[in-house]
Ligand binder design. Structure first.
Ligand code: PEP
Length: 251
């Protein structure tokens, strides 16, 4: 790393995986990082049920915790939902919003995502806003237009001067073992950067743009070296400390 190179943000997304014994993986990760610090800023987003216990397990560690979604209201009659203040209260600093599994499986729109981003900011959380195209959209040659459209519509004005990240996650790369070429990743990240600057002015220049979708120990170094790739959002390979640490060391 040279002087002035921004620190990469690498975040694990455990999705709906993890019961109490999985806390030991988080603990092991914390210990590995303590024994041999990594250059990256590290986040872990377990299921909401584990955040408070994980915060206790990782007290004093550099690993930051996050939620995987939040409601756009702070409290109220919304059975089954978790609010941004609840995540913060449990020990989260980050929250993943607009993941394609939420957009596709729960019908979340760009406007829903923008409202959740506002809620996260009110609670002092740093949102990680996910965007990404389907295989059909990529094959039609519309990936850049689609993704930048999502960026424009999912980011509220209130993000100006606030800490946040965007994660580019092509839907067809998530959990499939497929990844775009480095050129394709670079093209989309450059377009996202331009959209962020157009949307938020100077505030759009600093936000890390993470890549997500089958990032593994073997491809992480190449992907993280692409211009404007500010880190990674890692699903399957973040579940085991032994795999995740190899990705963190690639930064
Ligand atoms: C994700 O779902 O955010 C993700 C990147 O998953 P995977 O790494 O397993 O493709």
């Amino acid at each position: 790393m040279t002087v002035g190179t921004p620190v990469k943000l690498i975040v694990g997304n455990w999705k709906m995986n993890g019961l109490t014994p999985a806390l030991e993986e988080a603990h092991a990760l914390g210990q590995m990082i303590e024994a041999e610090p990594v250059k990256a800023r590290v986040g872990l987003c377990p299921p909401a049920t584990l955040i408070a216990q994980m915060a206790w397990k990782l007290r004093g560690s550099a690993v930051e915790l996050g939620g995987q979604d939040c409601h756009d209201k702070d409290s109220g009659a919304f059975t089954g939902s978790v609010s941004a203040p609840m995540l913060a209260d449990a020990g989260a600093r980050l929250v993943i919003l607009g993941h394609s599994e939420r957009r596709e499986g729960f019908g979340e729109t760009d406007a829903d995502v923008a409202a959740k981003v506002e809620a996260a900011l009110r609670a002092g959380l740093e949102p990680i806003i996910c965007v990404g195209e389907s295989l059909e959209t990529r094959e039609a040659g519309d990936a850049v237009a689609f993704v930048t459209g999502q960026v424009r519509a999912s980011l509220p004005d209130s993000l100006k001067d606030r800490a946040f990240a965007v994660a580019y996650e092509p839907i067809w790369a998530i959990g499939t073992g497929l990844t775009p070429t480095l050129e394709q990743i670079g093209e989309v990240h450059a377009a996202i950067r331009a959209a962020l600057v157009e949307r938020l002015g100077d505030g759009g220049r600093q936000a890390p743009i993470l890549y997500g979708g089958s990032m593994k120990p073997d491809n992480a170094a190449d992907i993280l070296a692409v211009a404007d790739v500010g880190g990674g959002l890692v699903g399957g390979a973040s579940l085991k400390a032994a795999d995740f640490i190899r990705i963190l060391k690639a930064a």
